[in-house]
Design a binder for this molecule. Structure first.
Ligand code: FVH
Length: 292
């Protein structure tokens, strides 16, 4: 068995993220082989001690642990299908952002070629890799996760969610959904106050503590949703949560109301179904049952 800091690893893909991940394994002392479709991106890594493979096959056969950091699901197949025979007996860690179904498909493909599969969702930007706050979510083979930990832990906190390879991308995309919706709400607020000449910077200074304080509500909403206890006393009702003022104010100011109008539509569907006195968290049921 390799020593903790001596686990050979291959990184396929030297975009912004692949380069950051490979740099971290080099710094930690793991023999690191790198490959990129377009040559010329490995210079700094090679100077730091990495080896640049001359082909995908060369890269794959260099290490028992092969990490894919390519653009998307299709690019993983384009890269690995022709060398599936060389991957057999190795572990593939797929850090490409994919849907849960794409990850399950890739895991099945890997299994059919004798490849052990681990999926990962990176909750960090390249500059965070190896530093505080970086986290990577994993699912798939637990044995592979445990064996790869010396490498995985060079990138950030490593958490394993279960044997279903679709779990890590599910968490990844669910967390990103929350993040993008929050940022879009912030951008909408920026546009609103902007109509009065307020700068985005001024608004951000006010919005940041407000949004941070609001996250304290998440646990209570979660409790209501888990118990489906939407009519428990003390909740802000859907009728009270009506956003038409917000939509109208946006339209009056000549803005696209789309962000808040989308939330208003989710609320209105529950109100029209007779649940207006239930709590705001019932909006989740509009999401769970899309309109035909
Ligand atoms: N960057 C980030 O902040 C996010 C954080 C969360 C996770 N994502 C995902 O990580 C994957 C890689 O992201 P990236 O930032 O490294 O992406 P790029 O800098 O655009 O590099 C893309 C690499 O993929 C190679 N590539 C593209 N198409 C193919 C293909 N058909 N065959 C082989 N390689 C391909 C590309 O190579 P080249 O264009 O230089 O030849 C780059 O190495 C991604 O899934 C994010 O969603 C990052």
């Amino acid at each position: 068995m390799p020593e903790p800091a001596d686990l050979p690893v291959t990184v396929l893909g030297l975009g912004a993220m692949g380069t950051a991940l490979a740099a971290a394994t080099v710094v930690a002392g793991h023999p690191t082989t790198v490959w990129n479709r377009t040559p010329g991106r490995a210079g700094a890594l090679v100077a730091g001690g990495a080896r640049e493979a001359v082909s995908v096959r060369d890269a794959v056969t260099a290490s028992p642990l092969v990490v894919a950091v390519l653009l998307d699901h299709a690019s993983v197949h384009q890269t690995l299908d022709p060398v599936a025979d060389a991957l057999a007996g190795r572990t593939l860690v797929n850090l490409v952002t994919t849907t849960p179904e794409e990850s399950r498909e890739l895991a099945a493909w890997a299994g059919s070629h004798g490849v052990t599969y681990l999926d990962g969702g990176i909750m960090a930007v390249p500059g965070m890799i190896g530093g505080p706050g970086a986290e990577v979510l994993y699912s798939g083979s637990r044995a592979a996760f445990d064996a790869a930990r010396p490498v995985l832990d060079t990138w950030g906190e490593s958490t394993w969610f279960g044997e279903d390879p679709g779990l890590a991308p599910l968490y990844d995309l669910a967390l990103l959904a929350g993040m993008y919706a929050m940022f879009a709400g912030f951008f909408h607020g920026v546009a609103m106050v902007g109509t009065a000449g307020v700068s985005a910077g001024d608004f951000a200074r006010r919005a940041a503590p407000w949004l941070a304080a609001m996250t304290a509500e998440l646990a209570d909403y979660a409790d209501v949703i888990d118990r489906r206890d939407y009519d428990a006393p003390g909740q802000q009702s859907l009728e009270f949560s009506d956003l038409s003022d917000m939509v109208r104010a946006s339209e009056e100011a000549g803005l696209a109301p789309g962000v808040v109008a989308a939330v208003q539509t989710l609320i209105r569907r529950q109100v029209e179904a007779g649940h207006g006195r239930d709590g705001f968290a019932r909006v989740v049921e509009s999401i769970r049952t899309p309109e035909p």
